[in-house]
Write a protein that binds this ligand. Structure first.
Ligand code: NAP
Length: 233
């Protein structure tokens, strides 16, 4: 059975690791993992143009992984409206745009493959429920994704489409390393706050996405899966 999956933010980090993991599975036919240049999820025109170039207008989609995200850290008094809007635009509004543009493709897969339960997975964050000092827009956008997933899980149940969030802790990617400023003391302190005192590797996290795409996960909907190495305890 042809299973196509689209992953936003597929050029590096978690998105790239998910794409590589799925490519190793025979179950998946086409894995689309565009960079932000190919598909900027904060601009509807870019989504439309990607759809046309990838000839995805009338293709069924089994999995939609809304993973692209940006982070901005600054003291609240200095936090500009522009930076606030940019983070919300990419992380939260972008998820809305992407789902809006691909819901028909997901429905099509479900209609052609009854009982398959097409999947939407959103990359949220532990910050959604712990909050994040100096990153209010990021934490708010990630909390918004959890509410979006629950709301759409309720609405899309009639199409037999599931919607879930993955909430990671510290994953060793460009984003997390930039947040810690390549400062070994900051790395030590942040990882020390986890129960396992370690990074989560992107390849390791990709297994959670693979599970949520598996047949065994079709009853999971409207949930958040926390993969934090114990950061939230
Ligand atoms: N790393 C962590 O510790 C961590 C923890 C919790 C949650 N997360 C979440 O996991 C997701 C992936 O993060 P990551 O750690 O892999 O970060 P990353 O290494 O910085 O990768 C981010 C990806 O998002 C893409 N992107 C950025 N802006 C975009 C836009 N407007 N439209 C489309 N794509 C865009 C980037 O594409 P380009 O390279 O083309 O710019 C890149 O592929 C994010 O949503 C992040 O918030 C990460």
């Amino acid at each position: 059975m042809a299973k196509n999956v689209l992953i936003t933010g597929g050029s590096r980090g978690i998105g790239k690791a998910i794409a590589e993991r799925l490519n190793a599975e025979a179950d998946f036919l086409k894995i689309y993992a565009p960079s932000s240049k190919e598909l900027d999820q904060s601009f509807e025109a870019s989504i439309e143009s990607f759809k046309e170039k990838a000839e995805l207008n009338n293709d069924p989609l089994y999995g939609l992984i809304v993973n692209a995200g940006i982070h901005h850290s600054e003291h609240f008094e200095d936090y500009s409206v522009k930076n606030w809007n940019r983070v919300i635009d990419v992380n939260l509004n972008g998820a809305f745009y992407i789902i809006k543009h691909f819901i028909e493709n997901l429905k099509l897969h479900g209609e052609r493959n009854q009982g398959d339960y097409p999947r939407i997975i959103l990359s949220s964050s532990v910050s959604a429920y712990t909050g994040e000092q100096y990153a209010p827009a990021y934490a708010a956008s990630k909390a918004g994704l959890i509410a979006l997933a629950k709301s759409l899980a309720l609405e899309f149940a009639k199409y037999k489409i599931t919607v879930n969030c993955v909430c990671p802790g510290w994953v060793k990617t460009y984003m997390a390393l930039k947040q810690m400023g390549n400062d070994s003391e900051a790395v030590k302190n942040n990882l020390g706050a986890t129960l396992q005192d370690r990074w989560i590797e992107a390849e390791e996290l990709a297994e959670t996405y693979l599970y949520l795409l598996s047949g065994g996960a079709k009853a999971i909907t409207g949930q958040q899966i926390n993969v934090t190495a114990g950061l939230d305890l």
